[in-house]
Design a binder for this molecule. Structure first.
Ligand SMILES: [Zn+2]
Length: 83
């Protein structure tokens, strides 16, 4: 069976939203800075962002977290930009 491509929200700190693509607990998105290559990350803990699961943009340093749906490392619920 193919991996289902799911569209989820990404929420930037300034309140803007865009779309990310997810398959299972992996997500890919285009950084706010417009870096050509997408960022790619997997979902973390339901407790919130932790170092091992934070995704930092190599170009601009913005930080992101992939929020799991209901359980640690679960399916992707959404992507958020974090402090
Ligand atoms: Zn960036």
């Amino acid at each position: 069976m193919p991996q289902t491509q799911t569209t989820v929200d990404i929420q930037f700190k300034d309140g803007r939203k865009s779309k990310a693509i997810a398959t299972g607990n992996d997500a890919a998105w285009i950084c706010f800075c417009g870096r050509a290559e997408p960022l790619l990350g997997r979902s973390g803990s339901t407790k919130g962002v932790s170092d091992g699961f934070r995704i930092d943009c190599p170009d601009c340093g913005r930080r992101y977290f992939v929020v799991p749906d209901g359980k640690d490392q679960g399916a992707v619920l959404k992507v958020i930009e974090v402090d």
